[in-house]
Structure formats: structure tokens, C-alpha cells
Design a protein. Structure first.
Length: 319
């Protein structure tokens, strides 16, 4: 139990770094950051794929196609939306929206897979959802009040919409991913993660080249392919690719093997708290009282929702 919680905490500390990258290199477009990160992840997966080549050969063409879909939506599109949202709204607001993932995933699973895993009581779930919405409103108000310059309403609103799209991507990803793993119990989860890393590499490479082409046409002053600050951009993408994409996933898998499933949901809060902590460390300031109240509402709401026990559905049988 102790080591399971420790691995989950480690995963949260790793994943929290994804909210820092866009803040450190705001002069790089979000699309360039997204494809650069997954180029690093794909390069890391290649030697791992060689070591696990025997099991990878057992995957069928439709499995590789599924891995491609998961990588495109759960990796590239998710991080593109998240990085764009952070650049538009600031890291705290985007971090808090992403922090609703445990509950959003629970609600989605409740609607789509209740007949398999049991359904959560909507009456018990509603107070938790109200707390989470309240927390998000408080953090948004605190961020808007803290702006020293005029806020571009359209830019801020588009950032919120992109953050919500990121939530949608990463709600679809774990449900679809879990469905594949349950249907292929003979495959190791680590082999499946490596397969996704392998298919991510060519996808990220093509995406990076397309982004460079688009920048060459629309922003000729942007020195391609790695400027304006390659000495910061390259190490940052490698660090995020290793720590967030690989080690974070490895730690989460280790935690999943040691802890009851009911405990895993609340522990995702570690990612949200780590992202907020890193952001305010970069700002060299403490969160304002309104933000702290929003964080408290979010954490309490998520933990309350995850503590609700699924109720088995009764299926009527015709005689």
C-alpha cells in the first residue's frame, strides 16, 4: 500500500511538469511543443521496442491502428490543446480544468460502461460535481482579478474551450485504452505502452515538419527548425518526453498493480496539485486566498466523487 501511494505520487510529480513547459517557452507555438515532446517520447520508445520485439510481433494490424488512434488523440491532440490553453489562460486555470478528469472519466464510464462495472448514484455524485464547478469558478475569478493588463476576452475564452477539448481527449483515451486492455488480457500493459510510443514517432515527425512548413509561410521571422531558443527548447522537450511520457506512465502502472482501483481516482489529484505548485514556484509567489479556496473545493469534490461505490445494475430477464 505504501509503495503504491508512493508510485502514484511520483507519477503526479512527473505529470505536473507538462503544465510548466508552455510557460517556460511561450515564444514557441503550442503545435511545435506538442510534436517536439512526442518526437522525444517516440525516440525513447525505439530501444524499448527492440527489447520487447517478440511481444510486439504478436500485435495484429488492427491493434497497431488502435495504437495510432490512441496516440493521435491521447498524446498529440491532447497536449496541443493543453499547451495552447495554458498560453491563453495561464497554467493555474488550465491545470484546474484538467484536474476534473477523475470525475469526468467517472461520469463518462457511468454512462457508457455502467452495465459492466456498476453505476454510480447520481444523487451521491451531484454534491461532488457542484464542489468542482465552484472550485473552477473561484480559480478563474482569482486569475482574472490578478491580471495586470487588459484581458483579451476572445483569447481567454478560446483557451478555456481548448482546455475542455483537452479534457475530452483524455477522457476518451483511458476509456478506449482500458477497453483494449480488457479485450487483450494476454498482452502486457508495458508492451502496449511501447507500441503507442513507436507509432507516435512517425506521427510526431510528420506533424513537426507540417508545423515548420506552416511557420515558414506565416511567420518567416521564426528561425526554423529549432530557434529562437534551441538551448532551452531541446532539453525541455527531452526532459518532458522522458519524465512525463515514459517515467510518469511507468510509475502509474506500478501504482495500478499495487492499489485497489477505487483509490486510483483520488490519487490523480497529485498531478493537479503538482502542476499548480510548479506554476506558483515559477512565479515566486504563494497562491492567493481565492485560488486556495478553489483548490480545496476541487480536491474535496474529486475525493468525494471517487469514494462513491459503484452499484451493480439490475438487468431484467425475459422469461
Amino acid at each position: 500500500m505504501f509503495f503504491g501511494v508512493l508510485f502514484a505520487l511520483s507519477a503526479g510529480l512527473m505529470w505536473g511538469l507538462i503544465f510548466v513547459g508552455p510557460v517556460l517557452v511561450p515564444d514557441y507555438p503550442a503545435a511545435l511543443q506538442s510534436t517536439g515532446r512526442y518526437l522525444a517520447f517516440g525516440a525513447i520508445a525505439l530501444p524499448l521496442a527492440w527489447l520487447d520485439r517478440r511481444r510486439l510481433r504478436q500485435l495484429r494490424p488492427k491493434d497497431w491502428l488502435e495504437a495510432l488512434k490512441l496516440s493521435a488523440i491521447g498524446n498529440l491532440l491532447y497536449y496541443l490543446c493543453l499547451a495552447s490553453a495554458i498560453q491563453r489562460t495561464g497554467a493555474p486555470v488550465s491545470t484546474m480544468i484538467i484536474g476534473t478528469l477523475p470525475v469526468v472519466i467517472s461520469v463518462s464510464a457511468n454512462l457508457l460502461y455502467g452495465q459492466h462495472d456498476g453505476r454510480l448514484s447520481w444523487r451521491a455524485l451531484t454534491p461532488a460535481l457542484v464542489l468542482i464547478v465552484t472550485g473552477l469558478l473561484l480559480v478563474n475569478i482569482a486569475e482574472l482579478m490578478g491580471k495586470e493588463v487588459a484581458v483579451d476576452a476572445w483569447r481567454y475564452l478560446s483557451g478555456l474551450l481548448l482546455a475542455l477539448l483537452a479534457v475530452a481527449c483524455w477522457t476518451w483515451f483511458p476509456l478506449r485504452n482500458a477497453r483494449w486492455l480488457r479485450a487483450n488480457r494476454h498482452q502486457r500493459p508495458m508492451t502496449w505502452a511501447t507500441a503507442q510510443g513507436v507509432v507516435t514517432l512517425p506521427l510526431a515527425l510528420v506533424g513537426y515538419l507540417l508545423v515548420c512548413g506552416q511557420l515558414a509561410l506565416t511567420q518567416p521571422q521564426f528561425a526554423l527548425p529549432l530557434s529562437p531558443r534551441p538551448e532551452v527548447f531541446i532539453p525541455l522537450m527531452i526532459i518532458i518526453g522522458i519524465l512525463c511520457s515514459w517515467i510518469g506512465t511507468l510509475c502509474w502502472n506500478e501504482a495500478s498493480q499495487r492499489l485497489p482501483t477505487v483509490l486510483l481516482g483520488p490519487l490523480i489529484v497529485f498531478e493537479t496539485l503538482a502542476g499548480l505548485a510548479y506554476t506558483f514556484m515559477l512565479r515566486h509567489s504563494w497562491p492567493p486566498l481565492l485560488t486556495l479556496c478553489g483548490i480545496a473545493c476541487l480536491v474535496i469534490g474529486v475525493i468525494s466523487a471517487m469514494r462513491i461505490k459503484p452499484e451493480p445494475m439490475v438487468v431484467a430477464v425475459k422469461e
